[in-house]
Write a protein that binds this ligand. Structure first.
Ligand SMILES: Cc1cc2nc3c(=O)[nH]c(=O)nc-3n(C[C@H](O)[C@H](O)[C@H](O)COP(=O)(O)OP(=O)(O)OC[C@H]3O[C@@H](n4cnc5c(N)ncnc54)[C@H](O)[C@@H]3O)c2cc1C
Length: 114
């Protein structure tokens, strides 16, 4: 029926008395930095799609940085979801490389930059 919210301080601890409700018919969590695998009550996309997760503590989607393929056919992973929390420059680089890998898989070759 909704989401219970509160403000947090700089250490991401709830600020007492700041609670409020947002009414909703449907709520889903789509924050990249929460990671792809379930932690606590977070419903996990990776589990629902049965994507292999790597063995690192941060539990990221398993995919190499050559073709960015996951364990699920035609599903690719790049950026934080693959390498864990990182930097924008890495996300951009991986996104471009993954686009090339997908183009190659679909077309047999690619003119996109490496
Ligand atoms: C607080 C903070 C500060 C940072 N500061 C810096 C910095 O100063 N410099 C720097 O280089 N990097 C910084 N980073 C890291 C940088 O933001 C990330 O490395 C980068 O954004 C990763 O890009 P991405 O495209 O891989 O993932 P994201 O930017 O996280 O994109 C993932 C997207 O998927 C969406 N999503 C998630 N789940 C779903 C779903 N189920 N359905 C639909 N959409 C979904 C999310 O809404 C999001 O838009 C910071 C990160 C954080 C959290």
């Amino acid at each position: 029926t909704g989401v219970k919210c509160c403000e947090v301080n700089e250490k991401r601890k709830p600020i007492a008395g700041s609670e409020f409700d947002i009414r909703a018919d449907l709520a889903f969590i789509a924050i990249g930095f929460a990671g792809p695998a379930a932690r606590g009550p977070v419903s996990e996309l990776a589990g629902q799609m049965k994507i292999a997760i790597d063995s690192r503590r941060s539990k990221n989607v398993e995919a190499n940085d050559r073709d960015y393929r996951t364990s699920v056919e035609k599903l690719y992973a790049a950026g934080d979801v693959r390498r864990g929390q990182s930097l924008v420059v890495w996300a951009i680089r991986e996104g471009r490389q993954a686009a090339r890998a997908i183009d190659e898989a679909l077309m047999g070759s690619s003119v996109l930059p490496r």
